[in-house]
Design a protein around this ligand. Structure first.
Ligand SMILES: [Zn+2]
Length: 393
């Protein structure tokens, strides 16, 4: 008898809670508002997520708007029947992986003037020279003296860049790890609103041991990070968000360097809006001509779609040239960010069936890097940091 009464009480609870709590993005909310759905916002966070109250009727209308306007299902996530103050800040990470949240849907591409200014300052010769400098080390292994020397060389180069541009808002620090002597280098270009979440553009500096030039894997990505940094500084474009240019140590030995870097960000409550990983951008088999591939696992679908839009707007890519690719495992440093709750994207040089078979060997030399192909990704990376970085001047 007791059990039956309890069952009856519980079965009425959904009717008592006429409004449930859902989490959505600010962009989705404003889209719903434009369509006449008035929702009560109970909380919002810096990353553009909002908790709203919705009746079942409103939820159905909301779903319809999302479907009609964005051609997607969902766009919101059920978060419980009552609002708890820490819903967005603490519980959220447990309920959802923020790294998967669609916060880049509906984001406008509106900074063409600034993006094109920075792009006009990108130099293929300087980029190639960076690959040459990095591949001059016999290897850049996390455990070797060469690898440590490469890390020091990168830090020295950043110091030289800072001095040559007299960049007061540029600083850099090492992040060490407990297993290998090679350290990651984190370069911060401080934005005007330091409290806003920043952006990460990253690549890994290391190779395997002994006679490994690692030109494509991943001097091609590392050189891109340094090249974009220089172009941004020489453009004098002022950004509202901070940009973190990161060269990770010890990727090849199990994403060891990026684990420490991501932990450093978390421990110091350094907020990140979006992460782009560049790992192998210079190899171009015939089938990949003019194509870019986007890794679909451990990345954010909404961010991937946004970056594909950037490729369409700035590089004149068509849908047929922007393809998806599944790694099937944590194939680069983006996976560390993703699992820590940060949205990541990872554009890649080719399909897997057509991948560069010279990587991890002595044959991965600069002669196999197609600079034109690589520069497409350098331009995409520049568009990523400037569009999302919120230029002001
Ligand atoms: Zn790699």
């Amino acid at each position: 008898m007791k059990i039956i009464i309890l069952f009856l009480i519980f079965s009425f609870i959904p009717q008592i809670h006429a409004e449930d709590i859902y989490v959505t993005s600010l962009q989705n909310l404003s889209l719903a508002q434009k369509k006449g759905i008035t929702l009560q916002t109970v909380s919002k966070n810096q990353s553009g997520l909002v908790a709203v109250k919705m009746t079942e009727k409103q939820r159905k209308t909301f779903a319809q708007v999302m479907h009609e306007e964005k051609h997607t299902c969902g766009g919101y996530t059920f978060a419980g029947t009552e609002y708890k103050a820490d819903l967005l800040d603490q519980s959220l990470a447990k309920i959802f992986n923020f790294a998967d949240f669609p916060v880049f849907d509906n984001k406008e591409i509106k900074n063409q003037v600034h993006v094109n200014k920075v792009r006009s300052l990108l130099s293929a010769d300087r980029y190639k020279n960076y690959i040459q400098n990095l591949t001059d080390f016999p290897d850049r292994a996390a455990s070797s003296n060469n690898g440590v020397a490469a890390s020091t060389w990168i830090m020295d180069e950043v110091t030289r860049i800072k001095e040559s541009f007299k960049a007061e808002n540029l600083s850099a620090f090492y992040v060490s790890n407990s297993r290998y002597p090679q350290k990651s280098v984190v370069v911060t270009l401080e934005g005007l609103s330091a409290e806003k979440p920043g952006l990460v553009l990253g690549a890994h500096m290391d190779t395997l041991k002994r006679n490994k030039p690692g030109a494509d894997d991943d001097a091609s990505g590392s050189a891109a990070v340094l090249e974009v940094l220089q172009a941004v500084l020489s453009s004098k474009v002022k950004l509202d968000r901070s940009i973190y240019f990161i060269l990770y140590s010890a990727e090849e030995v199990g994403l060891v360097g990026s684990r420490s870097v991501v932990n450093h960000f978390k421990n110091n409550k350094m907020q990140v809006e979006a992460v782009m990983q560049l790992d192998m951008i210079g190899y171009q088999p015939t089938k990949s001509i003019q194509k870019m591939h986007f890794v679909t696992d451990n990345t954010n679908v909404s961010l991937n779609n946004y970056v594909k839009q950037l490729a369409k707007v700035y590089l004149n890519k068509t849908d047929a040239q922007l393809l998806d690719l599944k790694c099937g495992y944590s194939c680069s440093d983006h996976a560390r960010w993703h699992s820590a709750g940060f949205p990541a994207t990872f554009p890649f040089e080719s399909s897997f069936s057509d991948h560069n078979r010279s990587i991890h060997t002595s044959r991965d030399t600069i002669s196999l890097v197609n600079i034109d192909h690589a520069m497409q990704f350098v331009h995409l990376a520049a568009a990523f940091v400037i569009e999302l970085g919120e230029p002001l001047n």
